[in-house]
Every structure is written in structure tokens, then in C-alpha cells.
Unconditional design. Structure first.
Length: 423
């Protein structure tokens, strides 16, 4: 075994895990397991700890390195675990010299475990083009932003990721062009707070301008997708691209978090319930077939049943298709941790009801697709995705192709379709 990566958390972590793999292997590490951790909930941190203990029992000879958001925010806790050999910070994990230092520490048997610097001191972001992406892999990610300047009262992530910083537009366009030349059909732009893109760059370009530049300068790109956005930060250029360019996929995932105005204020969010509803209506006017998803937290401190009902109603009022439900998790050091808490059983029950609403919304959208012709990106020999990110059951096809398919039905979770022309 050379280097094995165990990834927890978001899509950005998944992308960064591939950078870690490259840098750690180039540093010459062997017999090493890297845990790329998540800090978004207490459960995520607990899962990382459980995984570390299990891996050490099963493979006692392997050295275990912990990195990621939980390692950044709780470095000492991981360092105190007997199973852990090294703790690497969230900025350090993306740099080859940190992995060279890790190898050197292992070689000399250094007793110091922690290599975690002040994430708030990081002000720049280097682009990372992954040579390790398999050629022809259907969908690949390009990290264009990291960190967050906002301080939502429930969120620990800024303390794990630092302040917002962006990759210059030219470097992003070059990365996308290179990936398209290697045969990747769909590019996903990803970041921690994607709609804050460019605020730290000369001229302060916004996400909409970046998207427009990619589509203009890489005409060979078949499909561009953007990951989760904060709707209140969506700029005019982004809305125009949504309306005007079919290569930008008609699918947005929104950071909504609640449907109640008082809870939104206590969360320190910057939008109201009306803002969310109006934004969804606006993008639907621009792109009538668009599919919308959202993050919603169940059981935020002080949330009453009436407040929760407004979040539940938001699923229908915004016509959401995909719901990512977070049971509220009390994170030490955040303002929300000091607010009156909702009882755990109530949180779980509300999360269950939200998930049920999300499942019903997805089924409604699947049913509405029957009879349509969709452009399906073949992800594997068994599944593809429409432009709207809806899953389609595939019968032994070639990954990487984009095919026109006639939607014939669904099984409650995926669409079924007959194959048409390659695009």
C-alpha cells in the first residue's frame, strides 16, 4: 500500500483528497492512511474518530494522518488519539512541502504530531489541476474558491477553512480547457462559499463573470455545472448565463437553511423567506425547467413547531426537487451553541419529516419527466444524469458519453429511458 485516502464530508473535500493523494505519493509516503475529515456536525467528527480506531485495529502497521476541517478545528483532540501519527492542517494538506515534512517526521520518529497553522492567516489560493483524473471520467470538479467571510451562528466551517479566497479567472479557464481536452464532458465549479468568488481578486469579478468567461473561452465544453450557492449573492451575469446558455446545466442547489424569518435572523443569514421564494421564482422564469435543491436545518435552537412548519412549507413554495436535510448539531464555539436548544428527539423527528417531504418532491419531479427527451451524461454502465441532475437507470452503456434519451418512467428513485443519439 502506498497512500490511501478516506474522505468525509463535502464535494470539495472529495476534490482535495485527490490533491492529497498526488502530493503525499510524490513525497514518497508509504503504508499511510489519510483521513480527510469533516467538521460540519458532531456526528461527522465522531465518524472520523470511529474510522481511525477501526482502521488501526485492522491494519496496525499503517501510519494514520488526520487532516481536513475537523483536524483544523480540533487538532489537539486528534493528536491525543494513540492511533494517530500526524495531524495536518487544512491549508497544509494542499501543499507538497507539508507531505514532505510528514515523511521526514516519520523517518526520524519525531514526537511532534501536529502540523496545523493559523488558517485565518491564509490569504491566497493556488489552483490545483489534477493530472490523476482518469481520462474520459464523465464529471470532474474544479475548485475555484475556498473559505468563508460570513459567520452564520451555527457554522464552524470558517474556522476550519479560513476567510474567502479565489483562484484567478485565467487559471480557472486554463484548468477547464485542459480537462476538456482530456475528454471530460462535464465540469463542476466548487467552493465553500461559491457566490463570494472573486471578492479578493483584482477587479473583484463575480461568479457570473467567471462562468461566462469559461463558456466563452472553452467552446468545446459540453456541460458546466455549479455547486451550492447562496442565492442572495447571485449576480446579474450569473442570472443571464442561466437564462442564455444551455451548456450551463439547469440545476441549482441553494443554501436556504430555514423558511422562518426569525430563525434566519438568529442564524445570521442574509436573506429572508421572501428573498428565497422570489429568487426561486426568478430563476424559474429565466429557465422554466430548472431543478432546484436546498440545504435546510431541522431543529435550530429556539425553533418552534410553527417555525419548523414554515421550513416544511418552503419545499412546496420554492418547488424544490432535491433536499439536503441537516439535523441541527451543536458545535462548541459557535453562537448557536449558547442559545436555548431544541430537544434531540424533536430534532430527529423534524428532520425525518423534512426528508419525507424531499422524497415526495423528488418523486413528483421524476413523474413529470416521463415523456420528455433529455441529454443524459453516462456516469457508469448502470447510471447517468440528466441536465437537471436527475438519476437515470442505464443498461450497460459507455461512461463519458452524452446521449439523447426518451424518458419512459421511473422507479421512485431513478428515471428509466430508452437510448437515443450520442451528443
Amino acid at each position: 500500500m502506498s497512500v490511501e485516502i478516506i474522505t468525509f464530508g463535502c464535494r470539495l473535500n472529495a476534490f482535495e483528497s485527490e490533491v492529497i493523494r498526488r502530493e503525499a505519493e510524490q513525497a514518497g509516503l508509504t503504508e499511510t492512511i489519510v483521513i480527510n475529515s469533516c467538521a460540519v456536525t458532531n456526528e461527522a467528527v465522531a465518524q472520523a474518530r470511529q474510522s481511525i480506531r477501526k482502521l488501526k485495529r485492522e491494519r496496525p502497521a499503517a501510519r494514520i494522518v488526520v487532516t481536513g476541517c475537523a483536524a483544523q478545528t480540533q487538532a489537539d483532540m486528534f493528536a491525543e488519539m494513540a492511533e494517530v501519527d500526524r495531524v495536518v492542517g487544512n491549508d497544509e494538506k494542499m501543499r507538497g512541502d507539508a507531505w514532505q515534512a510528514t515523511r521526514a517526521a516519520f523517518d526520524i520518529g519525531a514526537s511532534e504530531k501536529v502540523a496545523v497553522a493559523d488558517i485565518m492567516a491564509v490569504t491566497e489560493m493556488a489552483p490545483h489541476l489534477l493530472d490523476g483524473f482518469e481520462r474520459g471520467l464523465p464529471r470532474v470538479f474544479v475548485q475555484v474558491q475556498n473559505g468563508c467571510d460570513h459567520r452564520c451562528t451555527f457554522c464552524i466551517i470558517p474556522y476550519g477553512r479560513g476567510n474567502s479566497r479565489s483562484v484567478p479567472m485565467g487559471a480557472v479557464v486554463d484548468q477547464v480547457r485542459t480537462l476538456v481536452e482530456r475528454g471530460h464532458a462535464e465540469i463542476v465549479l466548487t467552493g465553500v462559499d461559491l457566490t463570494s468568488y472573486g471578492g479578493d481578486l483584482p477587479g473583484t469579478p463575480k461568479l457570473g463573470e467567471l462562468t461566462r468567461q469559461i463558456l466563452r473561452h472553452v467552446p468545446e465544453l459540453k456541460r458546466l455545472r455549479i455547486s451550492s450557492i447562496d442565492s442572495i449573492e447571485a449576480d446579474r451575469d450569473l442570472l443571464d448565463v442561466i437564462a442564455d446558455d444551455a451548456r450551463l446545466m439547469p440545476h441549482l442547489h441553494l443554501s436556504l437553511q430555514s423558511g422562518d424569518d426569525l430563525i434566519l435572523k438568529r442564524m445570521k443569514r442574509r436573506h429572508s423567506r421572501r428573498d428565497a421564494i422570489d429568487f426561486c421564482a426568478q430563476v424559474r422564469r429565466l429557465r422554466p425547467d430548472i431543478a432546484l435543491g436546498a440545504d435546510i436545518i431541522a431543529g435550530f435552537p429556539t425553533e418552534s413547531e410553527e417555525m419548523f412548519a414554515r421550513s416544511l412549507d418552503l419545499v412546496a413554495e420554492c418547488d424544490l426537487t432535491f433536499l439536503h436535510v441537516f439535523p441541527y448539531s451543536r458545535r462548541p464555539g459557535t453562537p448557536a451553541a449558547r442559545m436555548p436548544q431544541v430537544e434531540g428527539g424533536t430534532i430527529r423527528e423534524r428532520a425525518k419529516r423534512l426528508r419525507a417531504a424531499g422524497e415526495a418532491a423528488l418523486v413528483r419531479r421524476l413523474a413529470a419527466e416521463v415523456g420528455a427527451t433529455r441529454e443524459v451524461l453516462i456516469e457508469s454502465d448502470r447510471q447517468g444524469r440528466t441536465e437537471h441532475f436527475l438519476p437515470v437507470a442505464i443498461d450497460d452503456d459507455v461512461p463519458g458519453m452524452v446521449r439523447a434519451m426518451s424518458i419512459s418512467g421511473h422507479d421512485g428513485a431513478r428515471l428509466t429511458a430508452s437510448v437515443g443519439d450520442v451528443r
